[in-house]
Design a protein around this ligand. Structure first.
Ligand SMILES: [Zn+2]
Length: 372
């Protein structure tokens, strides 16, 4: 998930909030100020309820951030790049550039989140003990935070993937069976059932009068089951692509064009004839860049004749794989950098391109023919 609103950076990790978070922040502050605190502490002024509600909601935001940072910092310490953390609806998502390679790394990475929530619950509970007046707004904030962090820890420890507990389960199964695919399938199935269970419970609550609580549960359940499903599909795709070499699907009959070719020539001689969407730009057998239909579209048509390809091509970063690489490594580059094709280089020479549509065509064809 992309951050919608960037806030700041911690240890090189960009922290952002998703737009939905703002809505949730308002709803949460409102329900704390108008429902939760007035019920428990009936003697305060209206303004105190609001200040307490907003401060508690902000500190909850901080708590969720610490939970996510725990995941991310452990990931970074294990050599996994963490691009960003996005806080959204009821939690956060750490945006990792790669998945952990070993079950043990995944286990440690997953468990530190709930553990840090548990530690926060303990810390807030400890502070609560030294606050004198237990009916004061300060005490109310700390007891709320102790409670909510304990709930966060418990909820995240549920063994359904992609919750932290589900990741722990996957790591254990992965370690036992040696198969990431099998482990993901089982953990994600548990996640789906758990999601349906939450939806059923939410509906039951809605019909028995607790509308808001019921909607929350149903929504969290829906989110859990659909993300479990997405993870299962992704891992199945990865399994289908593993063992397939880049050279089996890449586009090879590419025209190499020189950097000085005009854009007009590129369009009429290459794009219109070859029906490709990208070509490598080479000089003396050296790849200088890649030019795509998208690059051309950004240039007004009347300038095509007078503009050379080198002025619009992408020079760097150029991502490449070798013909012998596994197709998954190409897919990883495509998704990681959000691009449509990567270069295939054979000892530095341009051997071809592999694009998203090459991979899709391969998948469709092998399914149609009943191949792997
Ligand atoms: Zn977590």
């Amino acid at each position: 998930m992309k951050s919608s609103l960037r806030l700041f950076r911690i240890a090189g990790i960009e922290i952002g909030i998703h737009y939905t978070w703002i809505l949730i922040f308002v709803l949460l502050s409102w329900s704390l100020a108008q429902g939760f605190f007035p019920q428990l502490y009936p003697q305060w002024d209206t303004i105190i309820y609001w200040i307490t509600g907003v401060v508690a909601a902000l500190l909850l935001f901080g708590s969720v951030l610490i939970h996510e940072l725990a995941h991310s910092l452990v990931a970074q310490a294990r050599g996994i790049t963490v691009k960003s953390i996005t806080l959204f609806i009821f939690g956060g998502v750490s945006n990792l550039a790669d998945e952990p390679e070993k079950p043990k790394i995944e286990l440690v990475m997953s468990i530190v989140g709930p553990l840090s929530s548990l530690a926060l619950a303990g810390i807030f509970w400890g502070i609560l003990q030294i606050v004198g007046d237990q009916q004061s707004p300060l005490a109310a904030i700390f007891s709320y935070l102790a409670l909510i962090n304990a709930i966060l820890a418990a909820f995240n420890l549920l063994p359904g993937f992609p919750l932290d507990g589900g990741r722990v389960l996957r790591a254990i199964l992965w370690n036992r069976t040696g198969s990431l695919v099998k482990a993901t399938n089982i953990a994600a199935t548990v996640g789906r059932f758990m999601g349906w269970g939450l939806i059923a419970f939410g509906l039951f609550w809605i019909f028995t009068g607790n509308f808001i609580g019921g909607v929350w549960f149903a929504f969290i359940g829906w989110f859990l089951s659909s993300s479990a499903d997405a993870s299962r599909r992704e891992i199945t795709l990865r399994e289908r692509l593993s063992g397939v070499r880049v050279k089996e699907v890449m586009t090879t009959n590419l025209v190499h064009i020189s950097p000085d070719t005009s854009v007009a020539e590129l369009v009429s001689n290459v794009f219109r004839k070859q029906h490709g969407r990208a070509v490598p730009v080479c000089q003396n057998d050296q790849v200088m860049g890649v030019v795509t239909v998208t690059d051309v579209k950004e240039l007004p048509q009347e300038k095509w004749g007078e503009t050379a390809v080198k002025e619009i091509m992408t020079r760097e970063p150029l991502y490449s794989v070798t013909p012998e690489d596994d197709l998954n490594s190409a897919l990883r580059l495509l998704t990681k950098h959000d691009i449509n094709q990567v270069l295939v280089l054979n000892n530095g020479d341009c051997a071809g391109l592999v694009s998203r549509s090459d991979i899709l065509t391969h998948l469709h064809l092998s399914q149609e023919l009943g191949l792997k």
